[in-house]
Design a binder for this molecule. Structure first.
Ligand SMILES: Nc1ncnc2c1ncn2[C@@H]1O[C@H](COP(=O)(O)OP(=O)(O)OP(=O)(O)O)[C@@H](O)[C@H]1O
Ligand SMILES: [Mg+2]
Length: 234
């Protein structure tokens, strides 16, 4: 079995948190001990003097995780911009060793770990690492989330091709927030060397901000071949 997956996206705001949460909860529903991680979060909110990541709150809540925030989201930055820019703006460099230590502890603690990336694969984390390097060093295969917007074919295919060029395994693509015409899904299926695992409709009540899941977990339990995500291909 894989030790986890790394959920990346064709860009920011495509639904990485929603899909990472749905996958983690589906694996939990199969009886496994699942952990979640957001290695670096920008746009963290200051609550009672502590920086809190909305994504981590959502991910923890959907699987009822009681892991410490310092493990789940070891690096929290306040400005809602790329980590390198947030670090220079605040004068606090990204402590990447904290990320590796937390990752090691979480993989030891859980049967399976769902890691949510930051933005897309070429978001810089520090002067030498991109998000793709996190997935690569963690040695986790990707689930690529994309959604229904003009430009998604290009962004999704570029993400697949870049991952291939870095020899990072890809489980497949989840197309989120499908609104109407699904013609673009067929184009992605036609030109991508990675399979489309499932499509997810736009559901009004889903909200990361308010920790509202709707019936996304039931939908995933029904629609996605979860054993394909969990099974290590040889
Ligand atoms: N299937 C869906 N139906 C309706 N709304 C959705 C769906 N998936 C995601 N959303 C909403 O879209 C927004 C972006 O989703 P999400 O936060 O999961 O994206 P993200 O890729 O994790 O963003 P970020 O790059 O900021 O981490 C959120 O407000 C979320 O509630
Ligand atoms: Mg997110």
């Amino acid at each position: 079995m894989e030790k986890g997956i790394f959920v990346t996206g064709s860009g920011t705001g495509v639904g990485k948190t929603v899909i990472a949460g749905a996958i983690a909860a589906t694996i939990k529903a199969h009886g496994l001990d699942v952990g979640v991680m957001k290695p670096v979060a920008s746009g963290a909110k200051e609550i009672d003097g502590k920086l809190v990541s909305e994504d981590a709150v959502y991910l923890k809540k959907i699987i009822e995780s009681d892991d410490d925030d310092d493990l789940v989201v070891p690096v929290r930055l306040k400005p809602p911009i790329a980590p390198t820019m947030a670090a220079s703006q605040t004068g606090v460099p990204v402590d990447i060793d904290k990320v590796w230590r937390a990752y090691e502890e979480l993989t030891k603690k859980h049967d399976f770990l769902v890691v949510e990336g930051i933005g897309g694969l070429m978001v810089p984390i520090n002067d030498t690492l991109f998000v793709a390097d996190l997935a690569s060093k963690m040695d986790l295969p990707l689930v690529i989330v994309s959604s229904d917007y003009l430009g998604t074919i290009n962004h999704t295919l570029l993400t697949v091709e870049y991952a291939r060029s870095r020899n990072i395994d890809i489980k497949g693509i989840v197309i989120n927030m499908l609104k109407g015409d699904s013609g673009f899904v067929r184009e992605i299926e036609k030109f991508s060397s990675a399979p489309v695992l499932c499509t997810v409709p736009y559901v009004e009540k889903i909200s990361v901000e308010n920790c509202v899941y709707g019936d996304i977990v039931e939908y995933f339990c029904r629609e996605i071949n979860i054993s394909k995500i969990m099974r290590k291909e040889t």
